[in-house]
Design a protein around this ligand. Structure first.
Ligand code: AMP
Ligand code: ZN
Length: 469
């Protein structure tokens, strides 16, 4: 039985899917106006692990995570660079996907883009207007927050408290709203901004409506899990609930999961303070597996502090797992093949307890920290119970068990193979031949393939030179 801490009830609850054997989950993705930072990587790594664990438990997971590609920050950057907003978002989506691959985050079932879902947004906003949950003033459409009786149920705030906190809004030019708590569903364009036509104005959607619409389109009106960083609880997720539930009349998401923040040197990481690292910067120093391992070494609801020391200890810890896997692989390949002897059978059965320990940890609200402890217990067990005299099957069985657990965490136990000089030379020769034959597609493909392995080519007058990055 999997138990999940639900922000809605503030309790751990047994996970019961809407449809047996299936999980529908939606996780708010990054706003793509820059390279993602390691804070953004935390929900990506964690929810990818949640998905992997559900699949391990036999569920079919429909996992949807958007890229927010309609946003003020993107438009600002586009204006600065003098290019269309779409160019900015496309560029950083491509970069984000590279980072995700480096962190071994599997692509979602669907990665919708807000720009392509405008029709759905117009529909949902129209429904909200028809039902009396939204109103238009001077081309802007607002959500009538007080009309939705459950407003505040996720963030556990009451409206009057919120009203106090939002008093500033009244004097900041937003006094056309009926109530300071009302939020924007649609707003008119400003000069030079991308826009779409609508019954209310030429303009663009607000951020909150994007997720309600994409979740509905790809997962249906009701979903099992909705996730994101804890900064999204209010107002983003509260507003998503207000929109989706007012529209459908049904409960939107059963379980709301939120990861705590990643801090740096015990300070809140923020772009304005300049104390953040991009995933790309980390990848120049470390294999991104180390970052993944580091993120999972703490429980997702605990704040996590990023520091060089902790990255070093994560690197060493990961190295212990990889070394144990190397040893098992070596024995499996070189030892006598055959069946398990009695002692080995007994030991293999005993090693099953580490799998049980791992599952107990993950069943308890995805406690990856304890799950990693179980992996280390297995590593220790394998190290002390195997030797040159172990049988091949014994070693390969332990290795398979270790790999199965690591795979749930998204940790790859094989070392990245390095290309031998000879293999590089052969690929370069093939590329030269492809170019001669004017097969430039193949030539480019080889260059990209080499680059991925850290080999940089330079075309010179004397021929092709190469170096390792
Ligand atoms: P954004 O690009 O700001 O919309 O954020 C994308 C996702 O990253 C959201 O789920 C945020 O909650 C999450 N996030 C942003 N900063 C951090 C951080 N420092 N630690 C953990 N999660 C974060
Ligand atoms: Zn969202």
């Amino acid at each position: 039985m999997i138990r999940i801490y639900n922000t809605l009830s503030k309790r751990k609850e047994e996970f019961i899917p809407l449809e047996e054997g299936k999980v529908r989950m939606y996780v708010c993705g990054p706003t793509v106006y820059n390279l993602i930072h390691i804070g953004n990587a935390r929900p990506m790594i964690f929810f990818d692990t949640v998905r992997r664990y559900f699949e391990y438990r036999g569920y079919e997971v429909n996992f949807v995570s958007n890229f927010t590609d309609v946003d003020d920050k993107i438009i600002k950057k586009a204006i600065e660079e003098g290019v269309p907003a779409e160019e900015i978002s496309q560029r950083y989506i491509a970069e984000c996907k590279k980072d995700m691959e480096g962190m071994n985050i599997r692509p979602a079932t669907t990665h919708p883009l807000a720009m392509q879902e405008i029709d759905g947004m117009l529909d949902m906003i129209s429904t909200l207007v028809e039902k009396g949950y939204a109103y238009e003033v001077n081309g802007t459409v607002y959500y009538r927050t007080r009309r939705f009786a459950d407003y505040g149920k996720l963030s556990h705030k009451n409206l009057d408290e919120l009203q106090g906190g939002n008093r500033a809004l009244l004097v900041s030019g937003e006094d056309e709203k009926e109530d300071p708590l009302d939020f924007v569903l649609w707003k008119p364009k400003k000069e030079g901004e991308p826009y779409w036509t609508s019954p209310w104005s030429d303009g663009r959607p607000g951020w909150h409506i994007e997720c309600s619409v994409m979740s509905k389109k790809y997962l249906g009106e009701q979903i099992d899990i909705h996730g994101g960083g804890e900064d999204l609880i209010f107002p983003h997720h509260e507003n998503e609930i207000a929109q989706s539930e007012a529209c459908s009349g049904k409960e939107f998401a059963r379980y709301w999961m939120h990861n705590a923040f990643l801090n740096i040197d015990n300070h809140k990481m923020s772009k304005s303070l300049g104390n953040f690292f991009t995933v790309r910067e980390i990848s120049e120093k470390y294999d991104l597996q180390v970052l993944r391992f580091f993120m999972l070494s703490a429980h997702y609801r605990s704040p996590l502090n990023f520091s060089a020391d902790l990255m070093e200890s994560s690197k060493n810890a990961l190295e212990r797992i990889l070394t144990a896997a190397d040893n098992l692989r070596f024995i499996a390949e070189h030892a006598v093949r055959g069946t398990l002897n009695e002692e080995e059978s007994a030991k293999l059965e005993e090693a099953g307890k580490f799998v049980a320990q791992f599952e107990t940890a993950m069943d308890d609200d995805f406690n990856t920290a304890d799950a990693i402890a179980a992996v280390f217990d297995l590593v220790k067990y394998a190290n002390t119970n195997t030797s040159e005299s172990s049988g091949s099957l014994f070693a390969s069985s332990l290795l398979a068990e270790l790999q199965r657990l690591c795979d749930i965490l998204g940790i790859i136990t094989e070392r990245k193979e390095e290309l031998l000089d000879e293999e590089i030379e052969n690929l370069i020769a093939e590329r030269t031949a492809a170019r001669k034959a004017k097969n430039f597609a193949r030539a480019d493909e080889i260059r990209a393939q080499l680059l991925e392995k850290g080999i940089i080519l330079e075309d010179t007058r004397e021929g092709v030179k190469w170096k390792r990055a």
